[in-house]
Design a binder for this molecule. Sequence first.
Ligand code: PMP
Ligand code: GLU
Length: 394
Amino acid sequence: MNLLSDRILNMSTSATLEMAAKARELRAEGKDIIGLSLGEPDFNTPDYIKEAAIQAIHDNYSSYTPVDGYVELKDAIIKKFKRDNGLTYNRSQIVVSTGAKQSLANVAAILINKGDEVIIPCPYWVSYADLVKLNDGIPVEVPTTIATDFKMTPEQLEAAITPKTKMLWYSSPCNPSGSVYSKEELRGLADVLLKHPHIIVVSDEIYEHINFVGKHASMAGFEDMYDRTITINGVSKAFAMTGWRIGYMGGPEIFARACNKMQGQITSGANSIAQRAVITALNESPSRVQFMIDEFKVRRDLVLDLLKDVEGFKTNIPEGAFYVFPNISYYFGKTLRGKTINNAADFSLYLLEEALVATVDGGAFGNPDCIRLSYAASQDQIVEAMARIKAAVN
Ligand code: PMP
Ligand code: GLU
């Protein structure tokens, strides 16, 4: 008998966090690693948000919080959903949690039964497939390529649906491809789903504000999808608050109640001080964090420009988030400095060892022909990283 459960033995380690830990270790050994592996803004949390947290400490927000979040935070989330997304929710439809990751874990746990299928367009964010498997579900990966800007078409969705399909689960803007589904494209997917009323949609919108092409579209914004869509969001990305650990879900009350029950047995309510800070973050206009988004766009253009000069890197034009996801299969079967590259994992490791640049193997996102680079790094670091990559592959 194994000491550890099958559940944990069958789970893969989060590749993003693993690579970030490896880069940290190498840095501690004195190696000059440029980290383009972790999807985390390099900005500090804005002062007006920090001040709210400091005030909350002085005001003694030190007790357990309601499992589903402070009422004032739920009200700020309700206001945000209305203001930014045109979505109407009431307090019983919102659950605050310890990061969007926990909201996603809750949703998987409350909806998936053994053998249920979950359609996940590829590439997808690392944790989706494992959260599905953890709950005995079956991830049904729908591959996409640069040719469709890494977006799933309505025909592909239709072909993937079976009587066992429980959910469609995606992020837009997408981690890792940066693709953004337009309202029309979402409508195309919604039209397919209308024929299959048993399917629930999980729409991960955590990169909503980091969008370089215009208005963000939400699946729940369609009246005929509202009752079967769960919208996930959080403050980690747009507000540079990854360590504060606050995320939330909005959706039909039956799902919110179930998430509340799940969280009540697992973590209880999210951190009190962080919740108070997020009330301020969400109540203020998103224009206060626009400077970070403008900077991400400059960096996106810089990365794309520099990558043009690197042999064998093919990319889409990411329209949101802060990642590029180049196809590097050109190198498969080739030998660089005596090291044979057979897959994206080999290539990512090669870049770590030879260019001292940390990236993530695309296999972890369901596409083993690609690697992911996060451009949530300074322009100087980006320029240096691209120069090193270019030198390492020449
Ligand atoms: N969804 C996506 C697509 C992400 O990239 C991340 C990054 N961490 C999360 C969810 C989880 O975010 P959080 O920090 O709020 O848990
Ligand atoms: N979402 C970020 C990433 O994709 C943070 C790491 C994680 O939570 O997995 O790199």
